[in-house]
Ligand binder design. Structure first.
Ligand code: PLP
Length: 498
């Protein structure tokens, strides 16, 4: 299995090269050259496996330059039951009728990013051994809140790696901020930037591709890589849980082998939903992929009209991990759907960076619509949905998950398509206690501090508080730097002592 670039399909790299490098030289994203196929027998045979074995079954099709021993080492290390609060790793919960929620937040940082970022450091170090000749890998991360912490936790104290995280100073929840600023480990650094997530992400991409900076690093026997979902090593672990949830639905008798399901994903950078698209292309019986956005609804508009236009107001919402106007992984979808038209993708991406917009052909958007549906949800509906789901079904969801639940409800009422559905739940409600508590209380603002709100939410709902969040209360703050987005490259030099 080889990988190529969305902007130059003459490129051929192995999985290890794609993972160690993160992004292709000319700025394109690595994509698999072919799609492994899983027939129903093979899917059926995965039902009796634990999560780790399901993961190996999927991953070995993509990581063909990893030996079985290497894959065992990676997967068993990442999805250790001790580090996850559910032995199922990613359990599927039936909420009501055909509505099922796939809980992706049982890992150490209580967000779905752990599903990939617990595995990525293993994939990265094995890949670097094969391809990077002993270089120290410097992971640069732009985060809208959850990736930063999950990457820090995954990479802390991993030999031959350093990790630097940039987050928007006013764009993350108090709990997310505390998780990052208290991070332990000898190879980690965290810095806030005056700007939003898109500013941070654009600056990180520019640093990655800056020849001068790369040369400086090479002199010191270092190289950059990425832990954002532009890295193939972030996406491939996410394909696994779509197979796993399908197996769990089979196991509980909610579907029969071969029966189609719908999948609804609260979306930001388009990574999670793209993983579901890959699962579908591999043969998993998925009918529609429903892309759910918050008020930053650039993807809803694109998926309805074919025009992607980021020239619009940016909203800071209660679902900050989805406050994104440039969804990087859409580039991969455009590449696949356009029958691998790298010239087209390169030109669309260049319009996006110069004009902030592009429009695809009627045919292309029709092909996308055959697979994807989309909707968005405003702030008021997020609160109402959290309250209604708790009151009616005794199920407490976080703000991101609530966006998806609401978009799912709208999808069913407008299409009548109410087949068995999996809605991704991407964070523990306790990561966003203030918003969730106020929603459950019917809009009442609380005067309590962050940890008192956590306790209050626990008292009101009886839902367990995740241990890692409880423990934050007693941790020391280690990182207080704030820099302007123009100065991020200097900050990188400073943090690396160059
Ligand atoms: C990252 C994140 C998302 C968005 O996922 P993408 O893969 O970027 O689309 C949604 N919810 C939460 C809680 C997240 O952390």
């Amino acid at each position: 299995m080889f990988y190529t670039s969305t902007r130059d399909k003459s490129i051929r790299v192995t999985a290890s090269q794609a993972i160690a490098q993160g992004i292709s030289e000319e700025g394109g994203l690595f994509v698999p050259c072919e799609m492994p196929q899983f027939d129903l027998d093979k899917i059926g045979s995965m039902v009796s496996m634990p999560y780790t074995e399901r993961a190996k079954t999927v991953l070995k099709e993509f990581l063909t330059d990893f030996s079985d021993e290497e894959l065992d080492y990676c997967v068993n290390g990442a999805y250790d039951e001790e580090k996850f609060s559910s032995y199922k790793i990613a359990p599927t919960v039936n909420v009501n009728g055909n509505e099922n929620i796939l809980e992706l937040w049982h890992g150490p940082t209580c967000a779905f990013k752990d599903m990939a970022l617990q595995l990525l450091p293993y994939l990265m170090t094995v890949s670097a051994k094969k391809t990077a000749q002993g270089k120290t890998i410097v992971i640069l991360v732009a985060t809208s809140g959850d990736t930063g912490k999950a990457a820090l936790e995954g990479f802390k104290n991993v030999d031959n790696t350093k990790i630097l995280v940039f987050y928007p100073v006013n764009g993350v929840s108090p709990m997310q901020k505390l998780q990052m600023t208290t991070q332990e480990g000898d190879n980690v650094a965290v810095c806030a930037i005056n700007g939003n997530f898109d500013d941070a992400q654009s600056a990180v991409k520019a640093i990655f591709t800056n020849e001068e900076i790369k040369a400086e690093l090479a002199n010191k026997n270092m190289m950059f890589s990425s832990a954002n979902s532009i890295n193939w090593g972030r996406l491939v672990p996410q394909i696994v849980y779509y197979f796993s949830t399908y197996c769990d639905l089979l196991d509980s008798g909610r579907i029969a082998l071969g029966e189609e399901i719908n999948v609804v994903v609260p979306t930001g950078n388009f990574g999670n939903i793209l993983a579901a698209y890959y699962a579908k292309q591999m043969g998993l019986p998925i009918k529609k992929l429903v892309c759910a956005s918050n008020s930053n609804n650039v993807l809803t508009d694109f998926l309805k009209t074919g025009e992607y236009n980021r020239n619009r107001d940016f909203y800071t919402t209660t679902s900050p991990s989805m406050d994104i106007l440039i969804s990087s992984n859409l580039e991969r979808l455009l590449y696949h759907i356009s029958a691998e038209d790298d010239t087209l993708v390169a030109s669309l991406m260049s319009s996006l960076s110069t004009d902030g917009r592009y429009t695809v052909s009627d045919q292309l958007i029709a092909d996308i619509k055959a697979i994807f549906d989309a909707g968005f949800c405003d702030e008021k509906s997020v609160d109402d949905t959290i309250k209604a789901h708790f009151d009616n079904y005794n199920y407490l969801c976080d703000t991101h998950t609530a966006v998806a639940v609401k978009v799912y409800e709208n999808y069913v009422s407008s299409t009548g398509d109410d087949i068995v559905t999996v809605i991704d739940s991407t964070a523990s409600p306790y990561k966003f206690s203030k918003s969730v508590l106020s929603a459950v209380m019917g809009g009442e603002e609380s005067m309590l501090d962050e940890f008192q709100m956590v306790d209050e939410l626990n008292k009101k709902t009886g839902v367990d508080i995740p241990t890692p969040l409880k423990a934050l209360k007693d941790k020391q703050i280690r990182f207080t730097d704030v820099c302007d987005k123009e100065n991020m490259s200097q900050m990188v030099f400073k943090l690396l002592n160059l």
